[in-house]
Design a protein around this ligand. Sequence first.
Ligand code: ADP
Ligand code: MG
Length: 347
Amino acid sequence: MDQQPIIICDNLVKIYQLLGLEIVALQGLDFVAMPGEFVAIVGASGSGKSTLMSMIGGLDRPTSGWVHVADYELTKMSEKELNDYRQREIGFIWQHASRNLLPYLTARENIQLPLLIKGALNAENQAYIEQLLDLVEMKERADHRLSELSGGEQQRVALCVALINRPQILLADEPTGELDSNLAQQMFTTLRRLQRELNLTIVVVSHDIEIARFVDRVMTIRDGRVATETLKQKNEVADGDEGDGQSEHEQEGIYEELGIFDSAGSIHIPDEFRERLGIQRRARIELVDDAIIIRAVANDDETTLQTIQQIRDKKTEASVKTQDNVLERIYQKVTTRLKNRKSIKGK
Ligand SMILES: Nc1ncnc2c1ncn2[C@@H]1O[C@H](COP(=O)(O)OP(=O)(O)O)[C@@H](O)[C@H]1O
Ligand SMILES: [Mg+2]
């Protein structure tokens, strides 16, 4: 495979300023997607999913790191260039996308509107609209007013509008947020079909874990970093049946969840693993023949206290207050824990 990635995010950091506070939404996130890939991004609320989408979509700029999409280096572009980029290359759909549609126009009219405004509603584009309506299975309902359509149907119309400029990439931020799980799965099937038929690259954010069955790869984000990646191992049958109706439905793939190292060499270890082994802040890391073993360190709490004391000793006047408070809180917590442990032992 000598194909180049279509999306590359390298070491993205995004810090929002809010009421004088710094909120770190992305902390060194790396992300790559190949042309025509269908990737899902999952993660808890507030983990940075939407922030990542707005970086890829050129809606906002990272604090540091860079974003390269198709032939565009987004971090170097002016507002006007970003605007052109969004129009040309990106289709957007989100939870309330149908709110941007006009309730008194029919589905087809809503889809035609952007082209009508541009004076580009020619025969070729009309044919494209019919193709889109067909792909989202809305051909029969196309002459109904938007207000007469169900939420799921309205979302399909919004999908057509998102694709009207024939973008290469579709960014979908919780497009099924307001749909029940049955309709959500229908939506994922539709996205899969669009990806295949239009050769789209799709990045979809969802909290519906069922999405794994429909996509090529699932990326879990935690605290603004990629935590794990689940790859679908393509089985031969699924690979060979392009165009066969069955292939766009759920495929029983084999999944493998992989940990991801970020650019700083950090990797996320599931909390439950650490809790089970009593690993807190420090761990002993050993390289054996074909594995790395991570073990709990005895007396970890005492070591933590020593480290905090060392940081305190070294601290300069210029150090940030919040950092001070965090340090203080850890110190108090560890001291209490140690006291409790000693009093238990003493009994
Ligand atoms: N415009 C903003 N101003 C300040 N903080 C923001 C802004 N957008 C997002 N955040 C914060 O950044 C973090 C990540 O947010 P977001 O990317 O929306 O997460 P997700 O989509 O995974 O729920 C959250 O803590 C959120 O509160
Ligand atoms: Mg979000």
